[in-house]
Design a protein around this ligand. Structure first.
Ligand SMILES: [Zn+2]
Length: 381
């Protein structure tokens, strides 16, 4: 079954662990995004070596191909993809609104056309719960309505109230599944509600109240990292996290840069996911302990130093910046693997350092030093 324990607190930042049907996860945690059952360019073993304890699967993509019913028939997502550690699935809502074509939202659910073949689909809150139940993830997320930024106050209010009604339907469906005679793929699956409300504090508080009233195993903060100014995002995260139940995990969806993660941890967030480390790696954008770099830059043509001398990943232990630049420029597939391995190691190492700093009650010092060193372009000085 699913439980969460806070083990140390430093200001609003806290460490803890999640107990899931597929093992324990230390928090604050970063979840690499395994969109279609794989983290792009990496084998599962490389993910584990980099320190990943939990990965995320996208219900929208798996729902379209190979289909949630096919995955259930293949024993559930863990068995199908050969990953025995914890997994979280999203509801598919975010992708329907961003990738799906001609998305029409009604009270009953969201109608959309597949971005693959134009086929018409109708996703209801109940259907989103069923799909994730068939996948058998350890943490499922409720279906919510995703708003584009900027939204007016009236639109954000209407939307959060609809999301709250959908959240209640999602919870009722999960309780039905739990009470059914035939056990689902993962009987210990937890379900998180989502807090919406745009950038309006009082709407966020209303959403917290409505969602916590339904009662979930954890709470996601949604509708951020959608183009709002960064200070706005930090403020909303702080205002929202402070009002969520202290004894339950808080998950900031889709954020973000290493700086965003450290800032959100300092405001009490426990869980993160983002495509940034993996997507940027495939574009040659790499994170290091001394700032960011683009590996295609001519300054690295004869640079025999490792990508990040402070990093212990396979890429940094075995290869030079000059070689990584050559692989990238010539379009070798290995470039994606080596770059992804490094960026994910950087994120996962950052999470470990965050947890250590909180445990030692030195998070604020860590935060200041971290923000001063990693922000901006690479400084080799
Ligand atoms: Zn590295």
């Amino acid at each position: 079954m699913f439980t969460f324990h806070v083990t140390a607190q430093d200001g609003a930042a806290r460490t803890g662990w999640l107990e899931t049907p597929h093992g324990r996860v230390e928090t604050p945690v970063f979840m690499p995004v395994g969109t279609r059952g794989a983290v792009k360019a990496l084998r599962h073993q490389e993910l584990k070596d980099a320190g990943a304890s939990i990965i995320l699967g996208n219900t929208y993509h798996l729902f379209l191909r190979p289909g949630d019913e096919a995955i259930e028939r293949l024993g559930g997502l863990h068995r199908f993809i050969g990953w025995e550690q914890p997994m979280l699935t999203d509801s598919g809502g975010f992708q329907i609104f961003s990738l799906g074509e001609r998305c029409v939202v009604r009270e009953e659910g969201a109608e959309f056309r597949s971005h693959l073949d134009g086929a018409l689909h109708f996703l209801t809150p109940e259907r989103a719960v069923d799909a994730q139940s068939r996948l058998g993830s350890d943490i499922a997320i409720v279906l919510d309505e995703c708003l584009a930024y900027p939204a007016t106050e009236a639109t954000a209010a209407m939307s959060l109230r609809r999301s709250a009604r959908w959240a209640r339907r999602c919870r009722e469906r999960l309780l039905e599944i739990r009470a059914a005679a035939a056990p689902p793929v993962n009987p210990g699956q937890a379900q998180f509600g989502i807090i919406q409300g745009g950038t309006f504090d009082h709407l966020r508080w209303e959403s917290v109240e409505a969602t916590v009233d339904i009662g979930f195993e954890g709470y996601a903060i949604g509708g951020l990292s959608v183009g709002e100014p960064t200070p706005e995002m930090y403020r909303v995260v702080g205002e929202t996290a402070a009002r969520l139940p202290a004894g339950q995990p808080r998950y900031l969806m889709g954020a973000g840069t290493p700086e965003d993660i450290v800032e959100a941890v300092s405001r009490g967030v426990d869980m993160f996911d983002c495509v940034m480390p993996t997507r940027n790696a495939r574009n040659g954008q790499l994170f290091t302990s001394r700032g960011r770099l683009n590996i295609r830059n001519a300054r690295f043509a004869f640079d025999e130093s490792p990508l990040d001398p402070a990093c212990g990943c396979y890429t940094c232990r075995h290869h030079s910046r000059a070689y990584l630049r050559h692989l990238f420029i010539t379009g070798e597939m290995t470039a994606c693997t080596l770059n992804t391995l490094h960026n994910l190691t950087f994120y996962l190492d950052t999470m470990r350092r965050i947890r250590d700093a909180i445990s030692f009650r030195s998070f604020e010092t860590f935060k200041q030093e971290f923000l001063a060193s990693v922000s901006g372009p690479l400084s080799d000085a």
